[in-house]
Ligand binder design. Structure first.
Ligand code: BGC
Ligand code: NOJ
Length: 811
């Protein structure tokens, strides 16, 4: 069952009923200022940091769900309605929500009156613009009142929910013309305020929530709206809001647009005040003036569209499969931008007050994004590296506002450092910018300790070398990529967090996932060293990699698949000897991608075991059999009921590891089958079961053992986005940036006739046509560029601005 459709030409997902199985979200903003907006206009916005600079309030896990957002109410005689159906939930004659690239348009029609609300954050702007266009589609003149509503958050979104004894007394606002200013705590240490204004005179306003709603009312029936009478309330403490009331009169066929601006301004200390107690509003006035007319809004929206046209022009696929095209060309890339921008901070499953930017998460997100805005990827690499410790380990996360690492969600995840090698080499391959390696970067943000970035990569590499366990395999530390495989945790206290508790300080628990990761990214490190003339460094590193390969072959093989780990007691994890959790996806994925034991047939055997034991209708499950009881020596993984999250769900993040593994074997059919199983566009028809947005990946889909297999959770902010993009574009379609050019080596289902890709790489444009006349999966027969046959699959680097025709024949 579907709840909308893809409008491919407009690059929009059009939702045709407000009753989706869960709020379906979109993101506004691409740089500092971000908004989350659901298909009924729920959500919130913030500047730079979802926790510390929250503009509007949101109540998580509320009932009815998704209450609170930027709402418009239309009071048309006795009928009160909202263009997005919520919060009023008056039945609409027509409803549409168009989620586009960084904008959302919600349109409702009631009794011949049409209201269309456009929401977006103009480029380079610290504000959301809301343009509400009202059209009289009836035969008679209409006069009605429009009320807006946002509820302010008192900035620190965590404190806002918590510290009510203080917060109920701190709220302050100013009202000036048609603008409400939110200035809580501005009198003391804050140098920022928010505002919500409209380009029309007001009948009245409200800034005190309880006055506007009336005691005991919800957002669905504000007393002021029902009575059509704004209270002109001034908030002192309690819960400040901003609500405008505008009267509109429309002749038949007439339309009128109101432009609302919801913005954020920072003032230098010495310019905070206009006069004592009155805030300096210059910044807000500028913003309001910039968007004072519908034409200015149109121009800003056009800029945003052009921005996305440019971003998406770097990799354009034409295949015979419309779903694949829309994933590769639009939605997967879009999600990659969003995960790059937000890491795991703010979605409808991440509250924005829990997690900042993850070290491993953001390094991985970058892989799917680096071709879009390489300069931002560069800065992100430097920011991440600056939170690394001198011994190569890293804080697990940092707060975007301060860019300083913290231990709030634990540390000593021993996979963390190696992701920095992955992201940095991907960046250099995309851009050719080796100078990043010379950029001075501090350890633990202490400027005095700065060393060239290369030194950070080296310490990442040697962090593994210096932390090997009894079998010569990497120590897992608190956990590896799987945050829930907590082999040193041993917690029997429900008040402890699995993520921060380490009751045993063992140097015995080892990870085969990190072993594969070390071989894979260790080889990247070796290749990089060789490429920049550090031959000795390369040779020394190669020896460590070779030694790791031997350790895996000797101690990491269970007969038909790779082990997952050795636990604190040195016992096998992920072995046929175990009762549950006999086989895990992570080590199969990483050891296969690294090709460990490829010649000996181990990769093929391991991936066949994955097929046999982990594959299900909805994708590849994380482990099998699922854990049916809590194992203190395994930690959080066994805390989840079977089929959910890290305990045997289809954890979509690591399915691409298996896809890429299959391409190592040349099995394009299987690689693509795994791709299709979890790619959202292919799941659209089962949206009722899946429940989440059919245009973006979710972190996990409940596995075979769950109560509702196929039901998804945690959409949007997941490494799934970057990894699937990486797998499809670079391994299945097989167009891979390298230091010296583009390597072409597709691995596709044999039935495919071929496909075309336009790739902008280092400023040159390549029109690549891949033909598959012999219906093979993999193997290059001939590559030519501009009519000249090239030896090997690599396309050399060309001058920026040039265009080239590349013909690839498989066979
Ligand atoms: C989740 C993991 C997540 C971790 C973050 C755990 O509860 O299951 O998916 O990585 O929290 O700290
Ligand atoms: C989600 C976390 O964000 C990520 O860092 C982790 O690797 C996965 N869960 C698996 O536990």
């Amino acid at each position: 069952m579907k709840f909308g459709y893809f409008d491919d030409a407009a690059r929009e997902y059009v939702i045709t009923t407000p009753r989706t199985p869960y709020p379906w979200l979109n993101y506004l903003g691409n740089e500092d200022f971000f908004g989350l907006i659901s298909h009924t206009a729920g959500g919130y916005c913030y500047c730079k940091d979802a926790r510390f600079r929250r503009l509007t309030r949101y109540r998580y896990n509320n009932v009815p769900w998704d209450d609170g957002g930027r709402y418009f109410y239309i009071q048309d005689g006795d009928c009160v309605w909202s263009p997005g159906w919520k919060p009023v939930r008056t039945e609409l004659d027509q409803y549409r929500c168009r989620h586009g690239l960084s904008y959302t348009i919600i349109q409702g029609v009631k009794n011949g009156l049409e209201a269309e609300a456009l929401f977006f954050v103009p480029l380079g702007t610290w504000a959301e613009v809301h343009r509400l266009t009202l059209t009289n589609r009836s035969q008679a003149p209409r006069t009605f009142r429009v009320f807006s509503l946002v509820e302010w958050c008192l900035w620190n979104a965590h404190d806002d929910l918590n510290n009510l004894q203080r917060n109920f007394s701190t709220g302050e606002v100013e009202i000036d013309g048609s603008t409400v200013y939110h200035k809580t705590e501005y009198r003391e240490r804050r140098d920022h305020y928010a505002f919500y204004g409209v380009n029309a005179p007001l009948v009245g306003f409200d800034t005190d929530r309880d006055a506007f709603l009336g005691a005991y009312n919800g957002f669905d029936r504000p007393a002021a709206v029902v009575e059509g009478k704004p209270r002109n309330s001034e908030a002192h403490g309690w819960s400040p809001i901003a609500s405008h009331c505008v009267e509109v009169r429309l002749e038949p066929g007439e339309a009128r647009s109101l432009v609302f601006v919801l913005g954020y301004v920072e003032n230098p200390q010495e310019q905070k005040w206009e006069r004592p107690g009155v805030i300096n509003k210059a910044g807000a006035r500028d913003l309001l003036a910039r968007f004072a007319t519908p034409a200015a809004v149109d121009a800003a929206l056009q800029d945003l569209r052009s921005f996305w046209d440019r971003l998406l022009s770097h990799y354009v696929l034409e295949s015979g499969d419309g779903k694949l095209n829309r994933m590769v060309n639009v939605w997967n890339q879009y999600q990659c931008m969003v995960t790059f921008n937000l890491s795991r901070s703010a979605s409808y499953f991440e509250t924005g007050i829990g997690r900042g930017f993850g070290f491993r998460d953001s390094n991985q997100d970058l892989i799917g994004f680096v071709h879009q805005v390489p300069a931002r990827a560069r800065q992100r690499i430097l920011d991440l590296a600056a939170t690394q410790f001198a011994d190569g380990s890293a804080y697990h996360q940092y707060q975007p506002l301060t860019k300083r690492g913290n231990s709030d969600i634990g540390g000593n995840f021993n996979d963390d450092p190696l992701w920095l090698i992955f992201s940095t080499t991907a960046y250099i391959k995309e851009t050719g910018d080796f100078t990043i390696l010379d950029a001075p970067v501090p350890f633990d943000n202490d400027e005095r300790s700065a060393q060239p970035l290369f030194e950070h990569l080296k310490r990442s590499f040697y962090h593994t070398v210096n932390n090997l366990g009894p079998h010569g395999l990497p120590l897992i530390g608190r956990a590896d990529w799987n945050d829930c495989l907590n082999l040193n945790c041993f917690s029997n206290d429900p008040n402890e967090s699995f993520q921060t508790t380490g009751n045993r300080a063992g140097r015995t628990a080892e990870s085969l996932m990190i072993a594969g990761q070390f071989v894979l990214y260790g080889r990247e490190f070796v290749a990089l060293c060789a490429r920049i003339g550090k031959g000795d460094e390369a040779r020394a590193a190669q020896e460590h990699v070779d030694r790791m390969v031997r350790a895996v072959l000797e101690h990491g093989w269970d007969g038909a698949w790779f082990l997952r780990a050795y636990d604190f007691f040195g016992r096998k994890v992920g072995s046929k000897e175990n009762e549950e959790g006999q086989i895990f996806i992570e080590s199969q994925g990483f050891c296969a991608m690294a090709g460990i034991g490829l010649e000996e047939g181990r990769v093929v055997t391991a991936l066949d075991s994955v097929r046999e034991r982990l594959d299900c209708e909805f994708g590849v499950m994380l482990n099998q059999p699922a854990f049916t009881r809590y194992l203190i020596e395994y930690g959080e993984i066994s805390s989840y009921p079977q089929g959910y999250k890290e305990n045997a769900a289809v954890f979509c993040h690591n399915n691409p590891w298996i896809m890429i593994g299959e391409t190592v074997l040349g099995r394009g059919e299987r690689a693509f089958e795994y791709y299709r199983k979890i790619a959202p566009a292919y799941l659209e028809e089962m949206s009722d079961l899946h429940r989440l947005e059919p245009y973006v990946y979710a972190q996990m889909v409940a596995g075979r053992d769950a109560y509702r297999p196929g039901e998804a959770k945690n959409s949007w902010l997941t490494g799934t986005a970057a990894w699937n993009y990486y797998a499809i574009t670079q391994f299945i379609l097989g167009i891979k940036p390298g230091y010296d050019g583009l390597d072409i080596n597709p691995c596709i289902p044999p039935a495919w006739e071929g496909f075309r890709v336009t790739r902008i790489f280092r400023g040159a444009t390549y029109h690549i046509e891949v033909r598959n006349p012999r219906h093979v999966s993999k193997g290059i027969k001939r590559v030519s560029m501009d009519g000249k046959v090239l030896s090997g699959g690599a396309i050399p680097i060309s001058d920026p601005g040039t265009e080239h025709r590349v013909m690839v024949e498989l066979g």
